[in-house]
Design a protein around this ligand. Sequence first.
Ligand code: HEM
Length: 263
Amino acid sequence: MQGSPRFEPGLRRIDPEHWLIPDTEKDMALANKRHLLDTRREEVFGAMDGSENAQFEAAQMIYAVLGKTSEQSDELPLLMAFRLVSDDLCVLEKREGVWVLSAACLCSPTHFSLKHVLGGSMAALHGPVPGGDPALAGKINLMFDRVAPGLVLERFNWTVQAGAARYMPDAAPMRALAAATPLQDAKKVLHLRIERQTILRLPQTGAILFCIRVCIDPLRDLAPEQQSALYQSWTAAPKNVRDYKGWKHIDPLIHAFFKKNGG
Ligand code: HEM
């Protein structure tokens, strides 16, 4: 509803009470997490040595906000907390003066995989984003240095995908589905994928906890004004946004969908 994607921090402060609650996608997201943790644990969880204290603090913070106490378990504290909320969890710590991703549980990645990002700096992770390195990475690092304990910051991004897959480390299968879908079936496959990202400081360790919550809804279920805002934003997006997001693969289906829906 706020126009084409922009590659900017676009952060705003939110009421800390709304950091993790309400959690409307929880049932679907937790089922996805359970399945991936059972079948591909090493793909979806990773941690650098020395990140244990920050992981523990992140888990405690989540338990506190949900009003739960941690149970005795053989599982790592971060993973136990991860099973309670629909968000993916990223812990960032400063190593040798550089903010790096020191631990992460990632069951809803949008076209990136843990093995490529664990231990990475903001510059390395945002290299593929237009203006990502050094401009965007510099702003992110500065914000991580400055964000005060107790504040919760929020930002959103969005794209459209074929199918409803949550776990999408690689866009290729989704793009193959888009290519194989007859145009008259656009309304069956197109989904809006929105990421809500939140950021807060862990006061004891000084680490940052970055959470990613993904909501996936069929385009056909959006209200008419949401559909028309989406179409406007899609068609008005500049070339660098379209190229980065790979929208050419979805374009024919989008145009077919909106033609049928009067867009
Ligand atoms: C304030 C913090 C951050 C901001 C403002 C930010 C901003 C962005 C932006 C603008 C993009 C392009 C897509 C989009 O519109 O979202 C992006 C992509 C990405 N971000 Fe971030 N980011 C932040 C933190 C992080 C963190 C902590 C991670 C660690 C996992 C991360 C990992 C990525 C990855 C992997 C991509 C995709 C890069 C690719 O296409 O290969 N970001 N980020």
